[in-house]
Design a protein around this ligand. Structure first.
Ligand SMILES: [Zn+2]
Length: 127
């Protein structure tokens, strides 16, 4: 079992979990601020170097690879934020891009993930 400690990387925790689990086909568990990775097949071991490269890939994909340092000790991986430049702005932008997933009603702020629901909702303002 491999543990990724996200205590200092909460903002990316959920997405990191999905990304790594998808990539490596492992079973992820969340235990407070830690992601626990266990093999789907008990007889197998998770290759730590694959986990590390998946994390690096993920950080690159969200443009935060300069902002986190990955520290490993045995089977523990610790995500340590670096006070890199633009860190705050990047994280804010990152938070915003998640909101872009939603359709928002410009009249009342109602938000939904579904375009159909959003269109239907908007009709109530035109009665
Ligand atoms: Zn509305």
């Amino acid at each position: 079992m491999i543990t990724i400690d996200c205590t200092n990387a909460l903002v990316i925790k959920d997405q990191l979990l999905v990304y790594v689990a998808d990539k490596l086909e492992v079973l992820p568990f969340l235990k407070s601020e830690k992601i626990l990775l266990t093999p789907i097949d008990d007889s197998q071991n998770i290759d730590k170097s694959l986990v590390l490269s998946a994390i690096t890939e993920f950080l690159k994909s969200v443009n935060l690879d300069e902002n986190f340092q990955i520290i490993t000790k045995d089977n523990d991986i610790d995500m340590v934020p670096l006070d890199g430049k633009d860190m705050k702005e990047k994280l804010e932008k990152h938070g915003q891009s998640r909101q872009d997933l939603f359709f928002e009603c410009t009249h009342c702020g109602f938000m939904t993930l579904y375009e159909v629901e959003w269109r239907t909702h908007k009709l109530i303002h035109y009665i």
